[in-house]
Design a protein around this ligand. Sequence first.
Ligand code: FMN
Length: 173
Amino acid sequence: MVTIISGTNRPGCSTLKLAQYYQKRLHEKGLNAGLLSLSQLPGNLIESDLYGKRSPEFKPIQDIVTRTEKFLFVIPEYNGSFPGVLKTFIDACDIPGSFYEKKAALTGLSSGKYGNIRGIDHFTGVCHYLHLHVMPLKIHISEINKEFDENYNLFKKDTLKFTDEQMDKFILF
Ligand SMILES: Cc1cc2nc3c(=O)[nH]c(=O)nc-3n(C[C@H](O)[C@H](O)[C@H](O)COP(=O)(O)O)c2cc1C
């Protein structure tokens, strides 16, 4: 099973739009991937699902994570790194069963110039700790507000080239 993780719970976020684009484009390429948005997390996650607790709301999310062999994380830049809610999500998941010896591809995005280069590096460190194998080709999309057409598809030649290459490699990964 393959799951795209939209790495923030911010309402109206570009991350979910980009994750939905990836899901659509992967489907066109013959890979059916599920989509898990961190907006689906229980609102009181920090009380309900950390440090050994497990709520009925998180259980179906944990089941998706457990059944997933390959993840594609779409991760926005928040204050020079990846969002805290993404780390809280990782901390809430069962360890080691959720990520150990599985595979992941990473895409960063930002409204600024750097496309979350640093946050993707930080998250790569977390993945390595978890023994979650990261695909070497990582994508960084800067100035995300200039990247979508009116249907929230990517359209710029370079962005299409690199995201398509990443998806083709991800399918084979
Ligand atoms: C809490 C927070 C911190 C942010 N910090 C940065 C930042 O350090 N650098 C940057 O380029 N954009 C930053 N942004 C803007 C996001 O990159 C921008 O909102 C972009 O659309 C991706 O995030 P989104 O999926 O929430 O829309 C920040 C946004 C939020 C909500």
